[in-house]
Design a protein around this ligand. Structure first.
Ligand SMILES: [Zn+2]
Length: 256
């Protein structure tokens, strides 16, 4: 088998990093078998000639206590590092994060809004109108850790100017949500460990089309995540869609 050649480097739209602050320490993978510092991740991206990756810090998503300062910390880093892009983390019970995210959405290095109902300890259905109406008014993209996926199509229908990426393609519920959204504004990404399932990428392409699937690592091994797409049983053009074309289309201000 030949490793395919692509015209452009891949874009990782979903990753995280640790930088040694208290919120990082509840990350169970902050151990020797898994390294999540930006320096380490950068050496990995360099090996694969990946020049663009979008992050939220672990401290911002694993805890509710550091969101605003972590958003600022990462935003400053994106200004010093061409390759770094950002998801601005929003917490529905912290109104000041809405003001902060609103301002950050003007920044071309900010791809959109990141929400993590599980670690931020809320149910998305309770706060969906608050978050998604905010996103809808700003034509924003929301990257959501999966929660109540069977409810998401009706919210996506109600807020058609929002694009919703339900992360970690792995379940039939992802497929159904994408398919049921009347305006086609639900997507998914390949990030997470469950892309190791032996037919998940192929099944996703077959069921909803590669146009709905974006490439992400979630800090899992880039060797694995990249090869999982580049050596998948899908066509070369489907690989291109997943690895970079869909991201260029969704974030034209950020990527060319
Ligand atoms: Zn994540």
């Amino acid at each position: 088998m030949q490793f395919p050649i692509f015209d452009r480097s891949a874009i990782d739209i979903h990753s995280h990093f640790n930088h040694g602050v208290p919120g990082d320490h509840i990350n169970p993978r902050f151990v020797g078998t898994s390294k999540n510092t930006l320096d380490f991740l950068k050496t990995e991206y360099d090996r694969f000639e990946i020049k663009e990756a979008a992050f939220s810090s672990y401290a911002a998503v694993l805890s509710s206590d550091y969101i605003k300062e972590e958003n600022v910390y990462l935003n400053d880093l994106t200004k010093e590092n061409d390759w770094l892009y950002q998801w601005a983390v929003l917490h529905p019970r912290q109104d000041d994060t809405f003001d902060q995210v609103e301002e950050m959405l003007d920044d071309p290095k900010v791809l959109g809004i990141k929400i993590h109902p599980y670690f931020h300890e809320y149910g998305i259905v309770e706060y969906a109108d608050k978050i998604f109406s905010f996103a809808n008014e700003r034509n924003a993209v929301v990257l959501m850790h999966p929660d109540a996926m069977e409810e998401m199509a009706r919210f996506a229908d109600k807020y058609p100017n929002m694009k919703l990426i339900i992360a970690h393609l792995s379940e039939e519920a992802h497929i159904n949500a994408i398919r049921d959204a009347k305006h086609g504004n639900i997507y998914t990404d390949t990030s997470g460990s469950l892309s190791a399932c032996n037919n998940v990428i192929e099944y996703g392409c077959e069921q909803v089309g590669s146009e709905k699937i974006l490439f992400g690592t979630d800090t899992y091994s880039l060797t694995f995540q990249y090869s999982r797409i580049a050596l998948a049983r899908i066509s070369h053009s489907e690989m291109e869609n997943i690895l970079y074309k869909n991201a260029i289309k969704m974030f034209p201000r950020a990527f060319k």
